[in-house]
Structures are given as C-alpha cells and as structure tokens.
Design a protein around this ligand. Structure first.
Ligand code: SF4
Ligand code: SF4
Length: 259
C-alpha cells in the first residue's frame, strides 16, 4: 500500500525583510516534525528544490509594492488551495506603507542614485487587498508558537485558535505590573492584538503595536490617556505610524493627530 501524499507547503516572499520566514526556520524543535508532516515544496529561503504547484498551503510574507507583485500574487493564489498571510507587511502593508501618506517619487529620488530604474507603486498594500486570503497571522515578526498553531490547524482541517483580545490581557495572564499605570510608560497594549505573550511589557517596555490593532480597539480613548502622560499631537501620530500604519484603526488614529 502506498503512503498517503503529504500536503505541499509553499512559502512566498513579497516586499518584506524576511523576518517572518525566519520565524519558521526559528522553530528549531518543531521544524523536523513540520518537515515530516508536510512536503516543503517551495521555500527559497530554506531549500534549493522548487517543486511545481499546485500547493495545498501557501504562507505569504510581504506586501504588494510593485506592478509585478500585483500579477505574481494572483498566480500564487491560483496555485494555492489555502493561502495564509504572515506578518504586518502581508496583513497591513508593513512599515513600507508609510509611502501611502507621502510622495513615493520623492522617496525614490532620495534613496536611489538612478530612480528612473525603479518601478514601484505609489502604495504598499496587504495581500488581502488583491486576492482572497484564508487566514491572517499578525506580528512583526509573527510569533513562532502561533505559526505552529496555524500549521497544525491546517493539517487537522480546523480553524486556528489565536486570541482576539489585546496585549493587556496577556499582561494580566502573566501577572505583569502595568507599565503605563505604574510607571507612566506610553503603551499601545490596550489596542494591540495579542500573540506575543506581552513581550515588551514583561521587560518593562511599552508595547509599540507590532501585532497591529486588536478586533475592537478604542484608540481614541487610549490616545486621551497617552496625552495625560505628556504625548503631544506629533508624538501621538508617530506612535501609531509604525509597522501597522496602514491597518484601519491605527491609520485613522494617526490621521486624527495630524497629516
Ligand atoms: S512583518 Fe516585520 S518581520 Fe515580518 S517581513 Fe515584515 S518587516 Fe519583516
Ligand atoms: S508587546 Fe507589543 S510591540 Fe512588543 S512584541 Fe508584543 S505586540 Fe509587539
């Protein structure tokens, strides 16, 4: 009797820093089990082999920033039974979405000696703005435990279990003292999606929102609290204008504090 075919996994990169793909390679203890459960068919960061599609699961890192990306993601979608986006770039447009609020031609003229060689779009947009996405995993970078949960859920044909609450709840679960209440440290934890295990507040730092907005954030209420800690309009705008600047709740709150 022949063994059942292993699901084919593909990992794709668009505009990104590779940090989220590295989270998969960082699963040292689990990687061999993952490799035993799936056929890693396309993962240029880790393997030389390129097994042609179709693929059972595609993990997509990065945002859409070039005309070529727009066409390539459609082809990736065509070849993928399930498509999961990983990281702030793929789910919100990433830090590179700062271009969405500026003149990209001015940026390229400053950065490149020959900007006329650069073919780029005026915006950086998430994958879901271009093709249907089956699940979005947040973070900059993603959390490897959540990535393993997504892979396990896919293999078991169930929905991934990832919390929808805020980083604040993770702090409470860990027994952390609130950095904002106890020390007056500005923190985006109340509006930020859980998943990191409250990494920064655990080390007495404020959260800067790398997992993006939680499902029902009240950013205006948090901004009022941050203002009492001394953040002026410019600082409030900047605090929301990082990796997830193009995620709806953060973008709208940044806009409320200036253009
Ligand atoms: S989400 Fe962050 S870590 Fe992941 S690829 Fe983008 S910049 Fe890198
Ligand atoms: S505490 Fe905030 S900034 Fe720090 S890792 Fe978690 S989500 Fe990211």
């Amino acid at each position: 009797m022949t063994a059942p075919r292993k699901p084919k996994l593909a990992v794709w990169k668009f505009s990104s820093c590779d940090g989220c793909q590295l989270s998969l390679l960082d699963c040292e203890d689990e990687l061999l089990e993952v490799a035993g459960a799936v056929e890693i068919a396309y993962f240029l960061e880790a393997t030389r082999a390129e097994v042609p599609g179709p693929y059972d699961l595609s993990l997509v890192e990065g945002s859409i920033t070039t005309p070529h990306d727009v066409e390539r993601i459609k082809e990736v979608r065509r070849q993928s039974k399930a498509l999961v986006t990983i990281g702030a770039c793929a789910t919100a447009g990433g830090i590179q979405a700062l271009r969405n609020f500026a003149d990209v031609k001015e940026f390229t003229s400053i950065v490149y000696a020959r900007p006329d060689f650069i073919s780029t779009l005026a915006t950086s947009t998430p994958i879901a703005a271009h093709v249907p996405v089956d699940f979005e995993l947040r973070g900059c970078p993603i959390d490897k435990r959540q990535l393993i949960e997504v892979l396990s859920a896919f293999l078991a044909r169930r929905k991934p279990v990832t919390p929808a609450h805020s980083v604040c709840v993770e702090c409470k679960l860990k027994g952390n003292v609130c950095v904002m209440v106890a020390h007056g440290t500005p923190c985006l934890g109340p509006v930020t999606h859980a998943g990191c295990g409250a990494l920064c507040p655990t080390y007495d730092r404020g959260c800067y929102g790398c997992f993006g907005p939680m499902e029902t954030p009240n950013a205006p209420a948090l901004s009022r609290e941050l203002a009492t800690l001394g953040l002026d309009e410019g600082a409030l705008k900047r605090i929301y204008s990082t990796f997830n600047v193009n995620a709806d709740a953060f973008r709208e709150e940044a806009k409320r504090h200036g253009n």
